[in-house]
Ligand binder design. Structure first.
Ligand code: PLP
Length: 401
């Protein structure tokens, strides 16, 4: 397998330390910053005082450190950290598009993203076409003169399809369209910018932080784009104000140092379950196995050494069966019946009834989302054999095997 990029080493190579030599950078506990001269303050407001911080909604040192780590991980020039993953997505799209513009998006995305595109952008007269991201010809057909953005997730939520980023990038470059990729499910495993994306967005709430103690997000992009969103006159981030609290930035930054090991373990545990589910003959989706239609593509695009991800889904066909199965699993201690992902404990939920419930049922059907799809975010369990045994017992007690 070829090595595309090593994001873990890129993070390790950062030299970020505190003003008194602390091995962790000092936490900025200030909303505003003092200037020694009026001239310097005026320059700062015109973007002409590099290194000066003017106000925390614009930039602050703690957010700068986390942004540097995110940019290092993605290989982009810069990043900007936001108060949630949705803030990263909405800020990016509202910066790129004006009224009258057009977006093409994968129909399979996180439900909140789908709802923003389908319902909210109408307010701004921004038109959205929903496509199957696997169908390259339909994407080409959807392009219009006013298309500004092609949007998808590297590993889609909840179908676990893999988007062919190099192929999509060829199309967007040809038509002067910005390719925006949400890499929330697969940090380190994929480096979308290195594969041809223009902007990479994240919900840091998930794997990157890994502790489920806060929501946060990031936009990784060129210096020009980050400067445009933080511009005091017309930057979406500066003017809508979705800034991350610096105390949170500092705690997330520390968790990035263990991300590569966590991703390996999430992937190892998910692979164990996938192999067992295969033996049991149940219906499931995991792109780490050769039987997945995008397995070969995933291998071509992925970085070496971080596994195939911690997301796996079992299809038990109906929402009623899924409810019984999930309640039994929680009782037995498999993990928590909760939305979200990337936590050290296993989380599971019925996608159609929870994180994709914003997608109308007929569209869920069209995209092949089974009403009984139980999505797992596999935890860092030390004894995955034991967890697997509990899942099997739950399947038996729910009469699914
Ligand atoms: N992107 C993906 C793929 C997600 O799964 C989610 C949330 O579940 C988001 C974005 C939104 O992130 P947040 O909840 O941090 O706003």
């Amino acid at each position: 397998m070829k090595k595309i990029f090593d994001p873990a080493t890129a993070i390790q190579d950062l030299k970020q330390f505190g003003e008194f030599g602390g091995v962790n950078p000092s936490i900025t506990d200030s909303a505003t910053f003092t200037f020694m001269s009026e001239e310097e303050m005026i320059k700062a407001f015109h973007g002409e005082a590099p290194g000066c911080f003017l106000y925390s909604r614009h930039w602050n040192p703690s957010n700068r450190y986390l942004s540097e780590a995110m940019a290092a991980m993605e290989g982009t020039e810069l990043a900007w950290v936001t108060a949630s993953g949705m803030a990263a997505i909405t800020t990016t799209l509202l910066q790129l598009c004006n009224s009258g513009d057009h977006i093409i998006t994968s129909v399979t995305t996180y439900g909140g993203t789908y709802a923003f595109m389908a319902n909210y952008l109408k307010k701004f007269n921004i038109e959205v076409s929903f496509v199957n991201i696997d169908d390259i010809e339909s994407i080409k057909r959807a392009i219009k003169p006013n298309t500004k953005v092609l949007y998808t997730e590297t590993m889609t939520n909840p179908m676990l399809q893999i988007s062919n980023i190099p192929e999509l990038s060829k199309i967007t470059k040809e038509h002067n369209i910005t390719l925006v990729i949400d890499n929330t499910f697969t940090p380190m495993i994929f480096s979308p910018f290195k594969l041809g994306a223009d902007i990479v967005v994240y919900s840091l709430t998930k794997f990157v932080n890994g502790k489920n103690d806060c929501v946060a997000g990031a936009i990784c992009a060129s210096e020009e784009f980050i400067n445009s969103i933080s511009n005091v006159n017309d930057g979406t981030a500066m003017l809508l104000g979705p800034v991350l609290d610096p105390l949170r930035s500092s705690s997330i930054l520390k968790n990035m140092g263990t991300l590569h090991i966590r991703m390996q373990k999430h992937g190892e545990n998910a692979m164990y379950l996938a192999k067992r589910f295969e033996q049991l003959g149940i219906k499931f989706v995991y792109p780490g196995l050769e039987t997945h239609p995008h397995h070969k593509l995933m291998k071509e695009m992925m970085n070496e050494g971080f596994g195939f991800g911690g997301m796996i889904a079992i299809d038990v066909e109906t929402a009623e069966k899924a409810a019984v199965f999930m309640e039994i699993m929680q009782d037995k201690g498999v993990g928590y019946h909760a939305v979200s992902l990337g936590y050290f404990k296993t989380l599971f939920s019925n996608s159609g009834k929870s994180t994709s419930s914003e997608v109308p049922e007929e569209i869920q059907k069209e995209m092949g989302l089974s009403p009984g799809l139980v999505r797992f975010s596999v935890g860092l369990d030390n004894d995955i054999e034991r967890t697997c045994h509990l899942i099997e017992e739950s399947l038996k007690e729910s009469k699914l095997i």
